[in-house]
Design a protein around this ligand. Structure first.
Ligand code: SF4
Length: 53
């Protein structure tokens, strides 16, 4: 699956279900309503993007 920017973003969290499905969750959505908790992937541009170190 293509994830885009979220793949290298500080705010990305992955959630894995018992059945092995993986969900990509944007932690920035918790504090800023402009972002969606489960962004539509791939994300090609994003104001909140911060490269993880
Ligand atoms: S801030 Fe943007 S790039 Fe970063 S995880 Fe959220 S949606 Fe993805």
């Amino acid at each position: 699956m293509k994830i885009g920017l979220c793949q290298t973003c500080f705010y990305m969290r992955t959630v894995e279900t018992k059945r092995g499905s993986v969900f990509y969750l944007c932690a920035l959505a918790k504090e800023d309503s402009r972002f969606s908790k489960y962004p539509s992937l791939p994300v090609l541009s994003c104001l909140g993007y911060e490269k993880k170190s």
